[in-house]
Design a protein around this ligand. Structure first.
Ligand code: NGF
Length: 289
């Protein structure tokens, strides 16, 4: 399960329905062109928290059907409704997803016992392994080293997707749990995370910049830090402009510019106006030639 995973975008039509053709094209682009090792399905980038349970299942179906066994698949099933998370975990496992992942429960201030019970409840319901999805900036949930250790006591918790700025904690987790998988979550910090010996990365910008992500990761593994830094710099020039123009809608527009039917974002997320679309094309032409 090590390696680089695209946090998969989903294509929606203007009314917010899944655009199956577009989603299949995004899957193929990631496998055939970006050549990532796997896909992380229904994460933040997939606009998971804006869609219904039935749409989540539909996306799991389409992605598995298109990808087959070409790459590894991780299904993000986390939901505030624990029954829904369990149902989705079972669904994705039956489809053959290689692992499940669940965001830490958010919105209410759950204590750690509640968080632990959430993960154990999901895992007790399926014969599959789980990757914790930790993204404190969006969830407000900050777990410490001991709490990660407590969750890792369940052998089916095989790792963490670490989308956080606290690299002191990242180093401590790496050191304390060498056998657990750590995936770096912030694409702009991939080199720094790779130097700390993460096992892989999961990123939104890999939809359009996966090849550079691989260069960074592999150069760092070989100790070629100067070369890796150059590629990270080129990557960050791209990411800075994407963030400035609007993260997910800009990635969609770049995909469209490359001939992929990436569609619209789900409301209340807005799609780009004509100026934003023009800027996205400029970003693609400047940074992704
Ligand atoms: O989009 C976010 C929100 N983070 C992603 C990634 O960690 C999310 C990251 O690639 C993800 O994996 C998922 O879709 O579940 C950033 O978009 C990127 O580094 C630009 O900041 O923080």
């Amino acid at each position: 399960m090590k390696g680089l995973y695209t946090a998969l975008m989903c294509s929606f039509d203007e009314s917010g329905n899944i655009n199956e053709k577009g989603l299949r094209e995004i899957v193929r682009q990631n496998i055939d062109v970006q050549q990532v090792d796997g896909l992380y399905v229904n994460g933040s980038t997939g606009e998971n928290f804006l869609i219904s349970k039935e749409q989540k299942k539909q996306i799991f179906d389409i992605v598995k059907n298109e990808a087959g066994d070409d790459v590894k698949l991780i299904a993000q099933v986390g939901a505030l409704n624990l029954d829904e998370a369990v149902e989705l975990a079972k669904y994705a496992t039956e489809l053959g997803y290689n692992a499940i992942s669940a965001v830490t429960p958010f919105y209410y201030k759950f204590d750690f016992d509640e968080i632990k019970d959430y993960y154990n409840t999901i895992l007790d319901s399926v014969d599959n392994n789980l990757i914790i999805y930790s993204i404190p900036a969006l969830t407000g949930v900050n777990m410490n080293l001991e709490q990660f250790g407590e969750l890792f006591k369940n052998d089916k918790v095989i790792g963490v997707k670490f989308t956080a700025l606290d690299f002191f904690l990242l180093e401590r987790i790496r050191h304390a749990y060498p056998d657990k998988l750590i995936y770096s979550g912030f694409d702009e910090m991939l080199l720094s995370a790779s130097v700390l010996n993460v096992d892989g990365a999961i990123g939104s910008t890999f939809n359009v910049n996966g090849q550079r992500a691989r260069q960074i990761f592999e150069l760092a593994q070989k100790g070629q830090i100067d070369e890796a830094r150059d590629v990270q710099k080129a990557t960050n020039d791209l990411i800075a402009e994407i963030l400035d123009n609007g993260l997910y809608p800009t990635i969609k527009e770049i995909l469209k510019h490359q001939g992929i039917d990436a569609g619209y974002c789900r409301k209340p997320m807005k799609s780009l106006n004509s100026e934003g679309v023009k800027k996205a094309k400029e970003i693609a032409e400047k940074h992704l030639k």
